[in-house]
Design a protein around this ligand. Structure first.
Ligand SMILES: Cc1cc2nc3c(=O)[nH]c(=O)nc-3n(C[C@H](O)[C@H](O)[C@H](O)COP(=O)(O)O)c2cc1C
Length: 262
């Protein structure tokens, strides 16, 4: 096989070092925020940027199936919070007794504390019945809306805004509260606002609920579950492991893009 070694700094399509680092900083310092919201209003210029970043997400057949419902009214938030409380109590009963108390002790939403809530939806009829790319995988429209959610999450982090995804809600009741028609699916209910700080690691990780999986457990070659990728695979895994060890030991340190291993 021919070897191509690319000189990144000479590649006009590659971002500069600081730009790449800003991207990785956004990715590795993004958090799901539940308990650190401040009541400060989000200025329209900031909110317009994160929402437009979300609207420019990829979508199957360029369907753009999302709507963004911006919720600020306390009475609406109270209704949604009521849905959360009910679903949260039902959810607690689903865990075995040993985990139930830990589950109940976790803070899993910031609906009332965050100044803005946003519901991202998916209109399954947005581009007619036959959509490029959705013909054999009907769930692709939902995945597209999830891409919009991730754009919003990353843009929010870059603006210093906390973002919390609340999925412990009866989605039919959520549809009713927010007046969604039959063909529209609620994809994400989001709490958004400035924060006292961002935690270094996922709260579920710190609480001992689940550990971060090592790269080696999720990297496969050529077929599902195949962990042997030959010498190229071993080298890829070695580098991923080293980078992951650095992240797990010291958090994001600002040199992710420039770190090289021999
Ligand atoms: C689809 C989805 C649904 C989620 N639902 C909730 C939720 O209902 N409540 C909550 O506190 N966190 C929720 N989260 C956040 C995850 O718990 C969080 O992403 C994970 O623990 C990793 O932490 P991090 O986002 O801070 O890296 C959700 C995340 C995703 C992607």
């Amino acid at each position: 096989m021919m070897e191509h070694t690319r000189n990144l700094s000479a590649d006009p399509h590659c971002f500069g070092d600081a730009e790449r680092e800003a991207f990785y900083k956004t990715v590795f310092t993004r958090r799901d925020v539940r308990g650190q919201f401040l009541p400060d209003e989000i200025p329209a210029d900031v909110l317009s940027r994160v929402l437009l970043a979300s609207h420019y997400a990829p979508s199957v057949g360029f369907m753009q199936p999302w709507n963004f419902i911006v919720i600020r009214k306390p009475e609406t938030k109270q209704k949604i919070h009521g849905l959360f409380r009910t679903a949260h109590e039902e959810a607690a009963e689903m865990f075995d007794a040993a985990r139930r108390d830990t589950y109940r002790s976790l803070k899993l939403e910031g609906i009332l504390e965050s100044p803005v809530n946003i519901c991202v939806t998916c209109d399954k009829d947005r581009a007619g019945p036959v959509v490029i790319g959705r013909t054999h995988a009907p769930e692709m429209d939902l995945y597209s809306s999830v891409c919009a959610v991730q754009n919003l999450w990353l843009a929010a982090r870059s603006e210093g805004l906390g973002f919390g995804w609340v999925s412990i809600l009866d989605h039919q009741r959520l549809k009713d509260v927010l007046g969604m028609p039959e063909n529209v699916v609620p994809v994400a209910y989001i709490c958004l606002g400035y924060v006292t700080g961002f935690k270094d690691r996922p709260e579920l990780q710190s609480a001992g609920w689940r550990p971060r999986l090592p790269a080696g457990e999720v990297l496969n070659f050529e077929s599902y579950g195949q962990q042997d990728g030959g010498s190229a695979g071993a080298e890829l895994l070695r580098q991923m492991d080293r980078r992951q060890q650095g992240l797990e030991a010291g958090g994001y340190t600002g040199d992710f893009a420039s770190l090289e291993f021999d």
